[in-house]
Design a protein around this ligand. Structure first.
Ligand SMILES: *Cc1c(COP(=O)(O)O)cnc(C)c1O
Length: 407
């Protein structure tokens, strides 16, 4: 009984702070993204528009991606049937890794169950490969990187978000002979700001540190072939390990790293999170490979997405809403209170059929709660217009502030 009481108390804490998470039961309609159907708790259905998905380019309904998945499914069946080492490596996995290595201009790539696992498994394993490794980690790195750094168990330093001077000072205080790795992101998805890739690569070169970048929110989206912000900025060749996902802009599932053949070989050989788990279903690997290949040349989709983001920001800013704008594809609107944030999200869904999930602590710091919109090429002018009118009405109804948050 005391166990039950402890569970109740843990859940009650979340309710008290207004950050208990409720899942919304939605089903997207293939061929009609971002349209979806919401099944309410009472079982009734309502047509809605998804405004918070990470399938940024609508690739999850791309006919060629689906065709590749169908073909692999028909050819080999549902699952892979094993770990990569024991019967779970197929031609689909090898093709996918070749596609990813080519995307990033690296010798090799290694596919994991997700980018979360790729971050966690790789960062924690590098400690085994490089004894005495010190990891310098950006303060706003994703939970999966934090977990990997923590579980690795070695020395770690947290530098203030995007503060290269602070990073430099931390490095200067350590043994120059110690192996070092700087871990950061290219697009921080909650504010939509960019990491200082060139400055960090310059510093890493100067002090002889390895670089590790999470391009999860950038692959498919930035760079002439969709390899990410490091590609766009001409820095990709300077990054030692690139981490990303096939589940966001690529619209499918799975994560990976791309690096030198030697680095990939070592991680492949030592990382428990890679070794002791069943490989991706071949159909998933086939779909992901198709999506990566398609987006290497689909600049029009990237352009359309950026245009949609610019229009939405311009219109929300026109209403005086406190948007956070760092020039990326993500459109966060600052609310600053978990209860208000949840309430706005509920009203958007109930009254306007607009689905945007409230983003509360611990995903973002307390006091910075927000609604985070992810426009895409599949959101049309009418849907943008509907969203903008709804936000205007709710902001007025709830008498919320219209001050701009510094971008
Ligand atoms: C979503 C996310 C991940 C995890 O990616 P999955 O493939 O969904 O596990 C890793 N890093 C960042 C920054 C993310 O936002």
């Amino acid at each position: 009984m005391t166990y039950d009481a402890a569970i109740d108390a843990a859940l009650q804490r979340l309710h008290d702070e207004g950050r208990y998470r409720t899942f919304i039961d939605i089903e997207r309609r293939k061929g009609h993204f971002p349209a979806a159907v919401w099944t309410k708790p009472d079982g009734t259905e309502k047509d809605i528009t998804v405004w918070c998905g990470n399938d940024y380019l609508g690739m999850g309904q791309h006919p060629e991606v689906l065709a590749a998945m169908h073909e692999a499914l028909e050819a080999t069946g549902a699952g892979s049937g094993g770990t990569r080492n024991i019967s779970g490596t197929t031609v689909y996995h090898r093709r996918l890794e070749a596609e990813l290595a080519d995307l990033h201009g690296k010798e090799a790539a290694l596919v994991f169950s997700s980018a979360y696992i790729a971050n966690d498994a790789t960062l924690s394993t590098l400690r085994t490969i490089f004894p005495g490794l010190i990891i310098y980690s950006d303060a706003l790195n994703h939970a999966s990187m934090i977990e990997g750094v923590r579980r690795g168990g070695g020395e770690k330093r947290i530098f203030r978000h995007n503060d290269v001077a602070h990073l430099r000072a931390l490095i200067a205080a350590d043994d120059p002979a110690a192996p070092k790795l700087i871990a950061f992101e290219s697009v921080y998805s909650m504010d939509g700001d960019f990491g200082p890739i060139k400055e960090i690569c310059d510093l890493a070169e100067e002090v002889g540190a390895l670089t590790y970048i999470d391009e999860v929110h950038a692959v498919g989206m930035y760079g002439p072939r969709g390899a990410g912000v490091a590609e766009r900025d001409g820095q990709m060749h300077r990054i030692d390990i690139i981490n990303a996902t096939m589940a966001k802009a690529y619209g499918v599932f799975g994560g990976y790293i791309a690096a030198s053949a030697k680095m990939v070989d070592a991680v492949r050989s030592y990382a428990p999170g890679f070794i002791f788990t069943t490989s991706l279903p071949p159909s998933v690997a086939a779909g992901a490979a198709a999506s990566v290949r398609i987006l290497k040349t689909a600049q029009h989709l990237r352009d359309a997405q950026q245009t949609a983001a610019r229009i939405l920001k311009m219109r929300l800013r026109g209403l005086g809403l406190p948007i956070i704008d760092h020039g990326s594809h993500i459109v966060p609107v600052h609310v600053g209170n978990p209860v208000h944030c949840k309430m706005l999200s509920d009203m958007l869904l109930d009254q306007f059929g607009i689905y945007v999930q409230p983003i509360n602590f611990p995903t973002v710091p307390r006091g910075t709660e927000r609604l985070r919109f992810t426009p895409s090429p599949v959101h049309d002018a009418k849907q943008i217009d509907h969203l903008v009118r709804a936000m205007d009405a709710l902001w007025r109804h709830c008498a919320l502030n219209r001050a701009e948050v510094a971008g």
